[in-house]
Design a binder for this molecule. Structure first.
Ligand code: CTP
Ligand code: CA
Length: 225
């Protein structure tokens, strides 16, 4: 499946890709974050642009240069990412959620730096749930036929967990990575299985993130109407 398609097969299409990892502020100097580098999402944006698509990349805290020919919207938190993705998705043919979205955010933001104090108990941070952007987009498609893709990193029972997650989210495709040494976080390479809501299972061997990105766009392209 690696790039068997015509070069500009996404010409005339608008695709939205989210990338990176959200940061949920605790106080002015601290946040809850995750290890997502943004490299897979940026590879998806670059390859879609190379295949002729108009690309909106919603980037959360990725320390990467804006790809040429791509509209980049920079965001910080999950709530900001949701707003930017929903806005861009309004006229999109496909939405790919490669960003690692924080499941929770601190219930309260401290406007001053939290200090250690010997005369007070150590602080407890209460968390509240963030909106599930992928589930929301899947349930409420901005356009009929819009193709929605999620990503999942799993440590155990990768395929079974992936299949359950795909059904729970209601997306068309779910790219499942097994998290381990040298794989996924910060690396240049990736290995995955792409699960389809139609029951399909497409293994992608260990290789550059661009290779996986092209397989994702091949599968998206097949599903576009
Ligand atoms: N996602 C999202 N909004 C969230 C959390 C996740 O849109 N609040 C998206 C991610 O961008 C990814 C997919 O959902 O494409 C799967 O993320 P994952 O963290 O694996 O799923 P969760 O439902 O949060 O399950 P888990 O409890 O395993 O973290
Ligand atoms: Ca999660």
């Amino acid at each position: 499946l690696a790039r068997g398609t015509a070069d500009a097969d996404l010409a005339g299409r608008h695709v939205v890709v989210s990338a990176g990892g959200t940061r949920e502020p605790i106080d002015p100097v601290r946040f809850l974050g995750n290890r997502s580098s943004g490299k897979q999402g940026y590879a998806l944006a670059r390859t879609a642009a190379a295949r002729g698509a108009r690309v909106t990349l919603v980037s959360a805290n990725a320390a990467l240069p804006d790809p040429a020919g791509v509209d980049v919207v920079h965001v910080g938190t999950a709530v900001q990412l949701r707003e930017a993705v929903l806005k861009a998705a309004a006229d999109a043919d496909a939405v790919v959620m490669a960003a690692a979205v924080a499941d929770f955010r601190p219930a309260e933001y401290a406007t001053g730096k939290i200090k250690k104090r010997d005369d007070k108990a150590d602080p407890t941070i209460t968390l509240v749930r963030n909106p599930d952007i992928l589930a929301e987009i899947s349930a409420d498609r901005a356009r009929p036929g819009q193709v929605v893709v999620g990503f999942a990193a799993e440590t155990d029972d990768v395929l079974a967990n992936g299949r359950t997650k795909l059904e729970r989210k209601g997306c068309d495709l779910l790219v499942v990575n097994e998290v381990g040494e040298r794989k996924t976080f910060g690396s240049e390479e990736n290995e995955a299985v792409v699960l389809g809501a139609d029951g399909s299972e497409t293994p992608v061997p260990y290789g550059p993130k661009e290779g996986l990105a092209d397989v994702v766009w091949d599968l998206v392209q097949e599903r576009l109407v």
